[in-house]
Design a protein around this ligand. Structure first.
Ligand code: AMP
Length: 223
């Protein structure tokens, strides 16, 4: 069983790295940000609360996060392992995950810390646009020449309009970074003390991060 915890500030490149690791190691990516985003649409009181908190860049309450994560980690596709993206995010979640892991009989994780300069993360967030066609979902970035769409606001691949996530703005980034520095950065020290932490650079190209992660996790077995 291969369990990977990706640790890093917002837009450090964790999600992109996870997307490369998924097919390579044939294990699912579990992003609490995505799981919670899916819940917002159900029209319930909890859904509305999640929407408000996510749009402001705050942290969703512990009980809601743990319920979502326990349900997901109990799924059959997690039996060979998984990649956690965005969880755990606080020391309280670290302890709860440790209990859950033992309860589910899962092996111990390797923690990969994706270390990226703040200015790179800021540009990734404020410039990020994605195709509004969910079947396409291609990502662009207005801050990086090589990631701009050919025509402003339009997807190169399918011609649909590009959209911006409500929390991808300067104010929300500042808040998410502050939440990270206050609540998530201490996790680094915790995992380092347990000799579970491996640091890779997320500031250069995604291939570099992927190759570094493979060195930590071992070459994937060919299927
Ligand atoms: P992300 O996609 O990881 O940047 O997460 C987007 C938003 O979802 C965060 O700003 C939080 O509001 C919420 N969120 C994601 N993961 C967690 C978590 N582990 N604990 C609390 N809130 C979370």
């Amino acid at each position: 069983m291969k369990i990977v915890i990706l640790l890093g500030a917002p837009a450090s490149g964790k999600g992109t790295l996870a997307d490369r690791l998924v097919p390579a190691y044939a294990i699912p990516k579990i992003s609490t940000g995505d799981l919670l985003r899916a819940k917002r649409e159900d029209g319930t009181e909890i859904g509305n609360l999640i929407k408000k908190i996510q749009d402001e860049g705050g942290l969703v309450p512990f009980d809601i996060v743990m319920q979502v994560i326990e349900e997901r980690l109990s799924s059959p596709d997690c039996t060979n392992g998984y990649i956690l993206d965005g969880f755990p995010r606080t020391m309280e979640q670290v302890e709860a995950y440790e209990n859950l892991r033992q309860k589910l009989g899962h092996s111990q994780a390797k923690v990969i810390y994706v270390n990226t300069p703040v200015e790179t993360m800021r540009k990734r967030i404020v410039g990020r646009r994605s195709c509004s066609n969910t079947a396409c979902n291609t990502i662009y970035n207005e801050e990086f020449e090589e990631m701009k769409p050919k025509k402003f606001g339009t997807c190169d691949k399918c011609g649909s309009a590009l959209m911006r996530r409500a929390d991808d703005n300067e104010e929300s980034f500042t808040k998410r970074l502050a939440a990270y520095n206050e609540q998530t950065a201490p996790l680094k020290d915790h995992y380092e003390k347990l000799a579970m932490l491996f640091t890779i650079s997320g500031g250069v190209d995604p291939n570099h991060a992927f190759e570094s992660a493979k060195r930590v996790l071992g070459e994937p077995q060919s299927n």
